[in-house]
Design a protein around this ligand. Sequence first.
Ligand code: ZN
Length: 264
Amino acid sequence: MLTFIDSHAHLADPAFDADRNEVAERARSAGAKAVVCIGESIAAAERSAALAARHPGFLFATAGVHPHDAASFDPQSDVDAIRALVSRGAVAIGECGLDYHYDHSPRELQRRAFASQLALARELARPIVVHTRDAEEDTAAMIAEAGEAGVRGVLHCYTGSHRLAEIALGVGWYVSFSGIVTFKKWSDDARIRLVPEDRILVESDSPYLAPAPYRGKRNEPAWVSFTVAHVAAARGVDSAALGVQTAHNAVRFFDLPKSSRSDS
Ligand SMILES: [Zn+2]
């Protein structure tokens, strides 16, 4: 039996409004010990916190503002809202970061929102969940500085360069892989192998990025099992062992209760 922790799912997304409880139950049946529900906006973080409260010990929430929405980020009220959500049990800041691929918000405002959330992670001593796309130089500079100041983070759904991953790993950060590694166009298993076994996480990023053989469908946490299988094969290890290892890593990274550990 496979066990794993989905380190990044948007379970508060309206895509799950019709069957959210069934989705959570399917995740549990597939071997999920926990699912981290990402708050990519204050509204989504509030919904994630409510979900976590309804499924204690299984669903956990984060709170942050995505780079796509950085233009409307308010360094006072949004930071206060995230701080309040953390005091109510959110396990991490984010997702936040930089996205120069879509540029939905001006880059300067993306950097400002990301810097605010890195500073908050440092202040609250909580981990941070980072989205980065086509923004390697600025991401590298900002996470290196934060990492040296003691902030721990994860580069989620990682598709960036080896160099950026090495910079993140060098300051103690984690790297998470999604269903993208199962796509036909994925050709860089070396990127999976460069992450040490105690620093690798797996995620669905659901409802997006369903792994093969479900590519194009609405994704859900249960299907992280396909990602675990590919990551394990790339590393030449057993799927069950990789699932256990990544679950331990998620418990350590998010400081989840030990009951979420895969060996209990
Ligand atoms: Zn996400």
